[in-house]
Design a protein. Sequence first.
Length: 277
Amino acid sequence: MTTLPPDKPLVLGTHTLNSRLIVGTGKYATFELMQECLEASGSDVITVAVRRERLVDASGRNILEFIDLKRYTILPNTAGCFNTEDAIRVARLGREILRGLENSGADWVKLEVLADTRTLLPDPVATVEACKQLVEDGFQVLCYTSDDPITARRLKDAGATSVMPAGSPIGSGQGVLNPNNIRICLEYLKENDPDYPVIIDAGVGTASDVAFAMELGCDGVLLNTAIASARDPLRMAVAMKQACEAGRHAVLSGRIPRKLYATASSPTEGVISRPLG
C-alpha cells in the first residue's frame, strides 16, 4: 500500500494538534451522545462555553464529568459575552477552572464578543480591544471574527494566536457564504507568515462545507451545531472528520484549473474517426 508523506500538524501557539477539526460541546441531546460524537470526530481539542448554564444540565450533571481531560485539550470560549469586560472576566474564569483540573487548555481562549443577538456577529471594536488585553494577560487568543479582512488583520496585529473568520452566522448552516473574503483574509494573514493559522469558525452545515473551507486553504475548521443538531449526530461527526481530511488532502494536492472547454483524458492518437467540421 502506498504511503503518503506525512502532513505537518496544526500548531496554535504552544499547542500542537493532530486533528484539524475542533468541535464544540453544546446542543447535544445528552452528554452521553456528546461523548460518542467527540470520539467519532477524531478531534483532540474541544471547545466549552464557560457559563454555568452551559456547564450543568437540568439534572445537575457537569459537562466536564463527561469529558476525558487526559485525552482532550479544552479550549474555553467566551460565548454569550457582549462587551470587552465580560469576555475578559469569562476568559479568566475559564483559566482558573482548567488550572484546577490540570488541563493544558488553561493558557488559551476562544474569544467571542458578540454585537447582536439575532445575527450573533462579532463586535469588531470590542473584539480587538479584548484581544489586546487578554494577550497582555498572558492568554493565547483564538479570535472569532467576521470575514472582514481588515478586522482580521487588526486582530493579528493585536497579538491573536489565530484568527477565526465565520463562514456564515453561528448555527445558520449556510456554509462559506463569501469565499472571496476568506481568500483575502488568508492572503492578508499569511503574507510573509505562511504558517499563521486561520480557522473557519461558524456557519458550517454539512461535510461539504468543511471540505470547501479546507480547499480554500484554511488550516482548520471549528464547528458545533452541524454535528449536534444533525438528524444522526454520530454519523455526521464521522462525516466531518473525513471531510476535513479530504479537504486537506485536496488543497495539498492542488486542484486542476477550471477551463471553458473540454480537455480529453484519453489519448487522441490513433482514433478511428474525427469530428466533422
